[in-house]
Design a protein around this ligand. Structure first.
Ligand SMILES: *[C@@H]1O[C@H](CO)[C@@H](O)[C@H](O)[C@H]1NC(C)=O
Ligand SMILES: *[C@@H]1O[C@H](CO)[C@@H](O)[C@H](O)[C@H]1NC(C)=O
Length: 410
């Protein structure tokens, strides 16, 4: 009996150690807290893989638990008025200064797009609710937090189109007037997959000749910007980093596009490009667009491409791979040149670091005014970790710097 008990304790400790311990670089602050937080994510991810393999529940259905666990009901308080609205069939939450605080002055506006790999997340998660409230009071702004529909139930381009419909509706002069918004002080912003949607929306909007209200700024927080090369140095360096592993990011990408699991496997080996997307590889060539200090000892080799009738895989018809509404890095300089002032936040320990770095370089080459904030001890998703017990100092720092930038530039 006793030895069985000892055996169980040893087994449990080994399992816990296996789950909790992760070789995390020393310059990441609060390492143990991050390991613990990440172990929750990893356990859930393993459970999700299991239920998917057993045919019980799809991976993303299980991962949605994180979204539900952090869900709140956004309500008004003495400083912030919160209203659920429906803009052109899309749910949004509008946060604005409470009437009492209203000085009659025209306000700024921020259209905010939450992260979660287009598959998870909600504007009703507590960190997003807190961020929106904070921005209302700090910036005297109206925040439109968009509850776009999610993959895999709604594949690309639906999440993008939901966001774009909201933005076009909101930018009507009458709508702006009804919220007392200054049409010259409007931003689009988002984190992670929300940063992807924000970048894509900003590009489409500036190219739309029927649009007369222009964005003042776009603010992109560790954005996802391209699906063509999933072996950039940051994907290689950070493939097992906390919160967002390379495998999870590739799951998000493939689920955004299709439920065909062979596409996921092709993306894992970076052999998913087709002739149409291959023609755009030059726009994500990290051997040209990464500063030396980030290229380090990594050697560039262009992702292989299906040629003629001997395709590596049969994804030749997947035209969304070359679509800049999914991969905003895939546009020529003349499109970038139209973009407003830009803020880009990147983290060293993030598979998406190089997407952000390349966008910074390409935007600057095109003459766009870019503020780039890089966090040498930063990890993906840090901005979401502001609520006890998974609160991190670096998350608070990021929010402070981001909001300060908006205060000065929006
Ligand atoms: C990437 O850039 C390098 C030079 O920096 C060049 O030699 C190579 O041909 C380029 N590859 C692609 C696919 O654009
Ligand atoms: C890149 O190539 C050089 C020279 O061939 C080699 O020494 C180095 O190990 C390679 N780097 C990686 C990350 O494979």
């Amino acid at each position: 009996m006793r030895s069985k008990g000892v055996f169980l304790v040893v087994l449990l400790s080994a399992l816990t150690a296996y789950y909790v311990y992760l070789p995390i670089p020393n310059n990441i602050e609060e390492r143990w807290k991050l390991m613990l937080t990440d172990s929750i994510f990893r356990s859930l991810s393993h459970l999700a893989e299991l239920t998917e393999q057993l045919g019980l529940l799809d991976y993303m259905r299980v991962m949605m638990f994180i979204t539900f666990a952090e869900r709140v009901v956004p309500v008004s308080d003495d400083r912030v008025q919160v209203v659920d609205e429906n803009f052109e069939g899309v749910e949004v939450i509008v946060y604005q200064p409470a009437q009492i605080e209203d000085t009659g002055e025209l306000k700024r506006a921020i259209i905010y797009l939450h992260g979660g790999g287009w598959c998870l997340g909600s504007s009703r998660m507590s960190p997003y609710d807190l961020l929106a409230r904070h921005m209302v009071t700090e910036l005297n702004a109206v925040i439109v937090s968009v509850e776009y529909r999610l993959a895999p139930a709604f594949h690309f381009p639906i999440p993008f189109e939901d966001v774009y419909r909201v933005v076009k509706y909101f930018l009507h002069v009458d709508v702006l007037r009804s919220y007392h918004i200054n049409p010259e002080r409007i931003a689009v912003s988002g984190d992670s997959a929300g940063g992807n949607l924000a970048a894509a929306v900003a590009q489409q909007l500036q190219q739309d000749s029927r649009n007369n209200v222009h964005l003042k700024v776009q603010a992109l927080i560790y954005p996802v910007l391209q699906a063509l090369d999933l072996n950039t140095p940051s994907y290689q360096q950070n493939q097992h980093m906390p919160i967002l592993t390379r495998t999870l990011m590739i799951r998000f990408w493939s689920e955004y596009f299709t439920s065909d699991k062979s596409f996921f496997r092709a993306m894992m080996t970076n052999t998913h490009n087709n002739p149409e997307s291959a023609a755009l590889l030059k726009f994500v060539n990290w051997s040209s667009y990464l500063p030396d200090s980030y290229r380090r000892s990594y050697n560039y080799s262009a992702p292989p491409v299906a040629i003629g009738n001997n395709p590596v895989h049969s994804f030749a018809s997947f035209s969304w791979l070359a679509d800049p509404r999914a991969s905003p890095l895939l546009v020529p300089d003349k499109t970038l040149r139209l973009l407003p002032k830009t803020y880009v936040l990147t983290c060293e320990y993030d598979v998406l670091r190089d997407d952000g770095l390349m966008y910074v370089m390409r935007l600057r080459n095109a003459g766009v005014d870019v503020t780039h904030e890089h966090y040498p001890g930063g990890f993906h998703g840090a901005l979401m970790f502001t609520v006890w017990p998974t609160d991190f100092e670096i998350g608070r720092k990021m929010i402070d710097n981001y909001v300060t930038w908006l205060k000065l530039n929006l």
